[in-house]
Ligand binder design. Structure first.
Ligand code: SF4
Length: 221
């Protein structure tokens, strides 16, 4: 099998930054620009799961207008939180998880968010993807948030050959310079929504086309 050429990460990131400058930032990145608060980033990431960006942003703004700390958010109760974050996907389950998370943060962490991936993934409704986004955007700790877009694009490009997002995270940790760990998620999310889409990606107008191995891409536009 042909050996893959080393990835020119500076060039890839520069290209993706130009792409990103033409589109809206992902909702959680917008919230992080506005307030680098690990708690707000945690809650908005929980709201964002299986939810469109504009819905996440509006839902987060409605909730944060009323409560911005674990204690005040917990006191709202899950029914009011559900009303505020509707129509985010699974809003009933998410509102329950938000109250549970706020209770744990108040009782175990003195109302703060732990800066630790194991403690974060222990929280209800929080997986590695959310935990890494909180570490990166909330605390500035190098962490790679691998969502469906990062996983798909990294495999199509041939940067990694993995079956799960968890494997992709580990593989990228070995390949990607640490300086890009936090940024790679927001660079690939919009790119994955507009160009390297899940089915039939737009390879003909893709700025990464010349280096892409297009692994597992049977059809493109
Ligand atoms: S060339 Fe096609 S498969 Fe490769 S990154 Fe671009 S859009 Fe995705």
């Amino acid at each position: 099998m042909r050996r893959a050429a080393p990835v020119e990460w500076d060039s890839v990131v520069a290209t993706l930054r130009v792409e990103l400058s033409r589109m809206q930032l992902p909702s959680v990145s917008q919230i992080a620009r506005f307030a680098r608060d690990p708690f707000l980033i945690l809650i908005s990431t929980m709201i964002s799961l299986r939810t469109k960006d504009d819905v996440t942003l509006a839902a987060s703004e409605r909730l944060f207008a009323i409560a911005r700390t674990p204690a005040t958010m917990r006191s709202l109760g899950d029914e009011q939180i559900a009303d505020l974050i509707y129509p985010a996907g699974f809003y009933h389950t998410k509102s329950r998880h938000i109250v549970e998370v706020c209770t744990i943060l108040c009782e175990r962490y003195n109302g703060t968010v732990p800066e630790d991936v194991d403690a974060l993934v222990d929280l209800p409704g929080v997986g590695r993807k959310t935990a890494n986004l909180v570490l990166g955007l909330g605390f500035g700790v190098p962490a790679i948030c691998v969502d469906t877009h990062v996983h798909r694009i990294a495999n199509r490009q041939g940067w990694v050959a993995t079956r799960t997002p968890e494997q992709t995270e580990l593989a990228l940790q070995r390949l990607l310079p640490r300086a890009y760990w936090i940024e790679i998620n927001e660079l690939l999310v919009g790119f994955g929504q507009t160009t390297c889409t899940p089915t039939s990606p737009f390879c003909s107008r893709c700025p990464l086309q010349s280096t892409c191995r297009r692994i597992g891409v049977p059809r493109s536009r």
